[in-house]
Design a binder for this molecule. Structure first.
Ligand code: ZN
Ligand code: ZN
Length: 221
């Protein structure tokens, strides 16, 4: 069966995230998503939390984290141990041992802390998935990431990188899984049974996000 899952979503737990999980889940369901991965910046989320949230919200919540490493950003789904503070390669190595899917987000976008081609090559041994469709980055960066994935026969995924609920599901991943149970979905992602879909976030929503981030920043100042 095919399930539409946004594999890159930030809540207001991220310093630059502006929507609550409740707001995000409501819009995700309205847009027909079956699930979303919570990938807040440097905030570990575990399987137990995601099971509880999935039940409460009525949508599959895949646990994840977007790590800030010395080389750039790296997404780990279903992390089994604390990965904060590790180098990019240490984190990828640990995730690989634990069977946690590794996603390289916005690979070619230097402004968004993409790790770039050279660093990505050093992760090939860990069979990462490549985010070839990030709704928040420029098309040219997505095209370059797509070329990299194809060149190295790596599975491709999509995600909104939403920092505001309106943008959730603008890009997502179609996952071919026998069921919507978390274990099945994670196994399908690990196997690369994934296809990116959707497009880029509209300029209006992008502008709304910039404004919301600004308001959050000044309210904290
Ligand atoms: Zn990022
Ligand atoms: Zn992100």
């Amino acid at each position: 069966m095919l399930f539409n899952i946004d594999l890159h979503v930030h809540t207001d737990r991220s310093p630059d995230g502006c929507s609550t999980l409740l707001e995000i889940a409501a819009i995700a369901k309205l847009k027909g998503l079956h699930g979303l991965a919570l990938t807040d910046h440097d905030i570990m989320m575990h399987e137990g939390d995601s099971m509880r949230l999935s039940r409460e919200l009525g949508i599959l919540v895949v646990p994840g984290v977007e790590l800030t490493t010395e080389a750039g950003h790296l997404i780990i789904l279903n992390p089994k141990r604390n990965l904060l503070g590790l180098s990019m390669k240490e984190a990828a190595h640990a995730a690989s041992i634990d069977g946690s899917p590794i996603i390289i987000p916005h690979l070619m976008d230097p402004i968004s802390h993409g790790i770039g081609e050279e660093q990505a090559l050093s992760l090939l041994t860990y069979s990462p998935l490549i985010e070839v469709l990030n709704a928040s980055t420029f098309s040219r960066y997505n095209h370059k990431a797509s070329f990299f994935a194809t060149s190295h026969s790596l599975p491709a995924v999509g995600g909104s990188d939403a920092h505001l609920a309106d943008a959730v599901g603008d890009a997502y991943t179609v996952v071919d899984s026998p069921s919507l149970e978390l274990g099945s979905v994670l196994a399908a992602i690990s196997d690369g049974r994934t296809m990116p879909s959707g497009g880029r976030t509209s300029l209006a929503t992008a502008a709304k996000t910039v404004f919301a981030r600004f308001m959050k920043r000044i309210s904290r100042a």
